[in-house]
Design a protein. Structure first.
Length: 554
């Protein structure tokens, strides 16, 4: 090897091949470092340490995990807080559709009966902007995240969001506003992939579901704030009725601008770069000092999981998500996301508009909208303890069943004769939509993030999240186009009859859930790898037991 070579130096000792840093001082990656045969006693040491870490993870309950991993929780919340902006942006657009000043500025006059309205076409374009932008962002997230890490990519998107808020706030016409929504969606797509990936990589088993579910809570908080802000400006008749809601988004930026300099990088990512010392330092920053935590054992578990997946998967490209047992894992992750999309989330998003179309006045519609998002907040918080006891599969499946029943009843109420002369029916439909919201935010809303954060292989986590969220966004785009035409008074004006459509999709979803959603509660990533590779039947995941992994007791 010449002095100018930038290739790592291979040194073989007995049966092991160790790869040293190259001549320029660049460290070898983990795959290079452990690419050759490894001595048997080294494998045994790694396996024993991994087994001890696995046993320790199973022993830790939620409260103990909170005490031992407070910084992992805090930094996961930090990334998840970016999704509050995502929920706020989508929520405020829906609220503004029922805001008279916004309709007058960006809509057209449809006569004395309807007044100013943003047409169904432009409603579709505006709501589609966020979905398309998020699709682009999610598709583009995995490569830079694996190339540069989670933190630099997050920081770059915060800068982009700051600039785009200016464009939203000072949009002179609906075309500029629509363009700003498309651009805003791109960093929002990045935030979702980063937040889900980071939380799944830094938290122990007992906290994994809770922190993934918190992603959904971030959306709900954003929508709740949007509903409150929308209600606060609903009676204003000036330009600030719609500029204030957009400017509120700047409140989040200083938090991220400061925090990004202190957040520790993902230890899994550092490990894959061959930066074992940095991974160890990162783990120490994510936990408290305690005899109950052995950093080396935890690092060994991460290392063994990564090495095992390297033996099975030859690359970390998105295409790897569709090969071998990863195909099933990707189907489960993407399927859960699709179920979340097709069971009424678009309908819930139009709650304020639906309440107004059902005969409630503007003030009552906004009040019901605020109450609807408040219900979602409470439901998501209740989901945390529930999933710790009931598991993922049960809650997810029964949630879809309950939502389907309520949505069908909403449809039935709308076809009762002389509907327009019975205002009580509109209130009843509103109450049922609140129940649908509760069920959604208690079950499939948070559980979707938990499922697709758990079922993907660790080396393909960001890629799995990318494929999953992209599938959801793609289908969401289709439904985003259709929903305004269902509900808008100048188009389909289906009102509650939309419940038949969403309820029917719920029925189809229940069938898929029964056969395809596994129970992943309480399983380490290493255990899930072996269960998928050994083709354990989906419905047997909950009670499956094994004594060893690769000959090491667990």
């Amino acid at each position: 090897m010449t002095a100018e070579s930038s290739e790592p130096v291979r040194v073989r000792t007995n049966e092991a091949e160790v790869i040293m840093p190259d001549k320029k001082g660049n460290p070898a990656t983990l795959e290079q470092t452990i690419s050759g045969p490894v001595r048997e006693h080294e494998k045994l040491d790694l396996g024993e340490q991994s087994a001890m870490a696995t046993a320790r993870e199973h022993e830790m309950g939620v409260l103990e995990s909170i005490k031992l991993y407070p910084y992992a929780i805090g930094w996961s919340v930090f990334f998840g807080w970016a999704l509050v902006m995502t929920g706020y942006d989508s929520g405020i657009i829906f609220s503004l559709f029922a805001q008279p000043s916004f309709e007058k500025k960006y809509g057209k006059y449809f006569g004395e009966d309807l007044g100013y309205q943003v047409s169904a076409g432009w409603q579709t374009a505006l709501t589609l902007g966020g979905a398309v932008g998020q699709l682009i962002g999610a598709l583009g997230a995995s490569w830079p995240m694996e190339r540069w890490g989670r933190i630099p990519v997050f920081a770059a998107n915060i800068v982009a969001t700051t600039a785009i808020i200016f464009m939203q706030m000072f949009a002179t016409n609906i075309k500029v506003l629509t363009a700003s929504e498309y651009l805003a969606g791109i960093p929002y797509g990045f935030y979702l992939v980063i937040a889900s990936t980071y939380a799944s990589e830094v938290c122990p088993v007992a906290l994994r579901g809770i922190l993934q579910a918190a992603i959904n809570l971030a959306y709900v908080i954003g929508q709740f704030i949007a509903a409150g802000v929308g209600r606060g400006v609903s009676t204003r008749l000036d330009q600030w009725a719609y500029r204030i809601p957009f400017s509120v988004q700047w409140a989040w930026i200083p938090i991220f601008a400061v925090g990004v300099f202190f957040v520790p990088e993902s230890p899994y990512w550092l490990l894959r770069q061959g930066r074992l010392d940095d991974a160890r330092k990162s783990l120490r920053r994510l936990t408290v000092e305690s005899p109950k935590i052995n950093i080396d054992d935890t690092l060994a578990l991460m290392e063994e999981t990564t090495l095992h997946e390297m033996e099975v998967e030859k690359s970390t490209s998105i295409l790897e998500c569709f090969r071998g047992t990863n195909l099933l894992r990707t189907e489960i992750a993407a399927g859960a996301q699709i179920v979340q999309i097709i069971t009424g989330i678009q309908f819930i998003g139009y709650a304020t508009v639906f309440f107004e179309d059902s005969g409630l006045n503007v003030a009552d519609s906004f009040d019901m909208g605020v109450g609807n998002t408040g219900i979602g907040f409470i439901a998501t918080c209740l989901a945390w303890p529930a999933m710790s006891y009931m598991g993922r599969r049960t809650i997810f499946t029964w949630g879809v069943v309950g939502m389907g029943v309520c949505l069908l009843i909403i449809g039935i109420l709308d076809v009762i004769p002389n509907y327009d002369e019975k205002p009580g029916l509109g209130w009843a439909q509103g109450a049922l939509l609140d129940i649908v919201t509760f069920l959604y935010q208690f079950t499939i809303g948070p559980l979707t993030f938990v499922i697709f954060g758990e079922v993907g292989a660790t080396r393909l986590r960001s890629q799995t999240v990318t494929v999953t969220t992209s599938a959801g966004f793609l289908l969401g785009i289709v439904l985003t186009v259709g929903t305004p035409y269902m509900l808008n008074e100048t188009a389909g004006n289906w009102r509650g009859k939309s419940g038949f459509f969403w309820g029917g999709l719920c029925a189809l979803s229940v069938i898929w859930c029964y056969f395809r959603i596994p129970e992943t509660k309480g399983r380490t990533y290493n255990e899930l790898d072996y269960m998928f590779e050994n083709k354990v039947p989906i419905r047997d995941f909950k009670n499956y037991k094994f004594d060893t992994i690769d000959g090491v007791s667990v």
